[in-house]
Design a protein around this ligand. Structure first.
Ligand SMILES: Nc1ncnc2c1ncn2[C@@H]1O[C@H](COP(=O)(O)OP(=O)(O)O)[C@@H](O)[C@H]1O
Ligand SMILES: CC(=O)N[C@@H](CCC(=O)OP(=O)(O)O)C(=O)O
Length: 269
């Protein structure tokens, strides 16, 4: 039986991923061992379009403050161009893919991230209809999921891609690999930037407190930890520019940053 691996493709690298990256996913899809599922972001593209429209956009701890006007652009970019481009790139690489958002088929049950929050229409996923993912996978296709979700009563929410990926991976008891534009989480030691190969929950929280981890890395790390406590079997952050990052992660090689809930952690290289 295949094991699910949820691959979160960050907007930071989406338009720069090498062709080999998609070929790797096609190769995984054709094995008996792995079933890839993509959850993607697209933050920089959303910001670009908002800027063109003259709409100011702000972030709190890596989350975009989302008004109704912002949400319209978010949904257009994520569930429109980004999702369909990914599907097309995977098909070109030899893997059939099926793109949809958390709204479609009520894949995600969504509620506001925080009650009474200035973040506006930012949501969190409370339930994932995994049967939809199973169905697409059983047809031999790679599910490609855009992180927008509804509450079933007509309200749509902007979900951070990292948050959505962790919810999907937790529900599938999957491995979770964040593909981003950095070689892993770095910290500074003796004035030099070094990649941390392993990080525990306590270390991650203290690095956030001490502002070593900032911006978009905050939801990534917090989602990784949430994933581990909700069924994710292994989680790492790797560089998407290198097509071998994902297979190396799956083979257990020391690559990027592995986040753990236990005591083993904080190893720099
Ligand atoms: N300690 C850190 N280590 C690595 N990256 C960090 C760290 N703190 C903040 N970042 C930032 O987080 C970014 C990745 O987050 P984000 O831009 O949201 O990526 P993605 O679009 O891939 O999800 C990096 O490009 C970097 O600028
Ligand atoms: C609530 C929130 O922050 N939503 C994100 C959704 C896209 C995303 O997560 O994109 P990256 O993976 O490229 O960061 C946003 O509006 O930018």
């Amino acid at each position: 039986m295949k094991k699910y691996v949820v691959i979160k493709c960050g907007g930071s690298v989406l338009d720069r991923l090498p062709a080999g990256f998609y070929e790797t996913i096609a190769d995984l899809q054709h094995t008996e061992e792995w079933q890839p599922v993509i959850v993607h972001g697209g933050g920089p593209l959303i910001s670009e379009l908002l800027e063109k429209q003259g709409v100011p956009t702000t972030f709190t701890d890596g989350m975009r403050v989302t008004s109704e006007g912002v949400l319209e652009v978010v949904e257009m970019v994520l569930s429109g161009s980004v999702n369909k481009k990914l599907v097309s790139s995977l098909q070109k690489a030899g893997a059939n893919a099926f793109g949809f958002s958390g709204v479609d088929g009520c894949l995600f049950t969504t509620e506001p991230m925080y009650k009474e929050s200035a973040l506006g229409l930012v949501g969190k996923v409370t339930k994932v209809k995994t049967a939809l993912i199973d169905l697409i996978a059983s047809e031999g296709m790679v599910p490609v999921i855009s992180p927008v979700g509804g509450d079933g009563e007509g309200t749509t929410y902007n979900i951070n891609g990292d948050v959505a990926a962790a919810a999907v991976a937790g529900a599938l008891n999957a491995e979770l690999c964040f593909i981003s534009d950095i070689a892993g989480i770095y910290i500074e030691e003796n004035g030099q930037k070094k990649t941390v190969h392993k990080m525990t929950q306590t270390e991650a929280e203290s690095f956030i407190q001490d502002k070593w981890i900032t911006g978009g890395m905050i939801p990534k790390v917090r989602s990784a930890l949430d994933g581990l406590s909700s069924g994710v079997t292994r989680v790492g952050i790797v560089n998407g520019m290198n097509a071998s990052s994902l297979p190396d992660f799956l083979q257990g090689k020391e690559i990027g940053t592995k986040i753990t809930a236990d005591k083993e952690g904080y190893r720099v290289g």
